[in-house]
Design a binder for this molecule. Structure first.
Ligand SMILES: NC(=O)c1ccc[n+]([C@@H]2O[C@H](COP(=O)([O-])OP(=O)(O)OC[C@H]3O[C@@H](n4cnc5c(N)ncnc54)[C@H](O)[C@@H]3O)[C@@H](O)[C@H]2O)c1
Length: 358
């Protein structure tokens, strides 16, 4: 079984193209790749003013960042063509379920048409040897049952975000069968991960950033959907999966094609209420208040994924349990707000995470 440490050696000196580089996962990923000695190019919309992680990690100074829209195929083609990457990791998306109710057209355009554009652009650039196409745990048709979804379960989505990710998976599968299966020297896979938490997420309508904003302001954390159960995982968990998958696609394409779940073990699948209580405990103070809206948009209540395939075939294993993931998250926000260098804080956590896998 490959270890993460061995897989990470793959990236030294490699040219890696990351879409969605300015987002939460993208910023952590670009920083990690830079630390591994990769030559990183990013493609994304500029980060919003209230999402400063990309800037806090000074990524723009340390890599080649191209600002562009994945809905613009010419811009995406030019960026990938100019960067001549060996590895592409596609993260760019409208990534919020609740916002997808307000912006369904933009969500489908970005997540589906943007995905098609990415697949088309990659086909044209012979330097690309491996593609990790990130979708979501929400791509599965949610049956609200207590079994974990496996990679061969039915796809679907009740809300526009989930549906867009399910469609992106279907599009990917058609490209795989129509074009990639016969494309020599190139292999691609999709990655489906659970709800990520970690320092530096500032997105609105995500529970941990909402908690940190409330705790910092000294006001109660308001929960609208306390009983929803999610596969919480620290951001380093899916990112380590994406990196191991990319390394495997390069080394042994036939054993890596297809779809891969990266999810925590069942005991880390907890309710939103349990998550907020643990955030308050790690923070050391704070109050949680439940205010159920009278008219709420539909959000899945129960969602678990099986990562057995990744564990058995890739050697990927989740490293941090629920409490460790939340402690690391709170530690990041506290350290950075007390003036510590965000790059040092982030790299210390990456080293601790990788150390845990050694
Ligand atoms: N955060 C989670 O809990 C979670 C869970 C499962 C899957 N995912 C998936 O992981 C990926 C990254 O998520 P994240 O949490 O970092 O999201 P994020 O919202 O923090 O970042 C999204 C990134 O995509 C870029 N982007 C959005 N629209 C774009 C467009 N039209 N053109 C170019 N770039 C565009 C943004 O600029 C940003 O860089 C997404 O595909 C998301 O659906 C996230």
């Amino acid at each position: 079984m490959e270890s993460l440490v061995k897989a990470l050696e793959t990236f030294r000196g490699k040219r890696v193209f990351v879409t969605g580089s300015t987002g939460f996962k993208g910023s952590w990923l670009c920083n990690w790749l830079l630390e591994l000695g990769a030559e990183v190019a990013g493609f994304a919309l500029p980060a919003a003013d209230d999402a400063p992680l990309f800037q806090q990690l000074r990524c723009e100074e340390r890599m080649r960042q191209i600002y562009g829209d994945v809905r613009d195929i010419a811009a995406l083609r030019a960026a990938i063509g100019d960067s001549r990457p060996e590895i592409v990791i596609h993260l760019a998306a409208q990534a919020l379920v609740r916002l997808s109710y307000e912006l369904p057209t933009e969500t489908f355009d970005t997540n589906v048409t943007g995905g098609v554009n990415l697949l088309e652009a990659v086909r044209d650039v012979p330097s690309v040897k491996a593609l990790v196409f990130v979708t979501s745990d929400k791509c599965y048709l949610n049956k609200e049952w207590e079994w974990s979804y496996r990679e061969n379960d039915e796809l679907g989505g009740a809300d526009p975000y989930s549906a867009s990710k399910a469609v992106a998976e279907v599009v990917f599968s058609s490209y795989q069968q129509s074009f990639f299966a016969t494309q020599q020297g190139f292999a691609a896979a999709t990655a489906r991960a659970g709800n990520v938490i970690g320092g530096g997420d500032f997105a609105r309508d995500r529970i941990v950033p909402d908690c940190v904003r409330a705790l910092t302001a000294g006001v109660p954390i308001i929960l609208r959907n306390p009983d929803a159960t999610r596969p919480w995982q620290h951001v380093l968990e899916p990112l380590s999966g994406y990196l191991m998958l990319a390394a495997r696609l390069l080394a042994s394409a036939d054993s890596a094609r297809g779809a891969w779940n990266f999810a925590p073990d069942a005991q880390n699948v907890r309710t939103v209420h349990q998550l907020t209580n643990q955030v308050v405990a790690s923070w050391g103070s704070g109050e949680v208040r439940i205010e159920r809206p009278r008219e709420a948009v539909h959000e899945a209540q129960l969602l678990m994924l099986s990562a057995d395939k990744a564990k058995i075939q890739l050697g990927w294993l989740p490293q941090w349990d629920f409490k460790e993931a939340i402690d690391a998250t709170v530690d990041w926000y506290r350290a950075v707000s007390s003036g510590k260098d965000p790059i040092e804080v982030t790299n210390r956590q990456i080293a601790a995470y990788v150390g845990a896998t050694a």
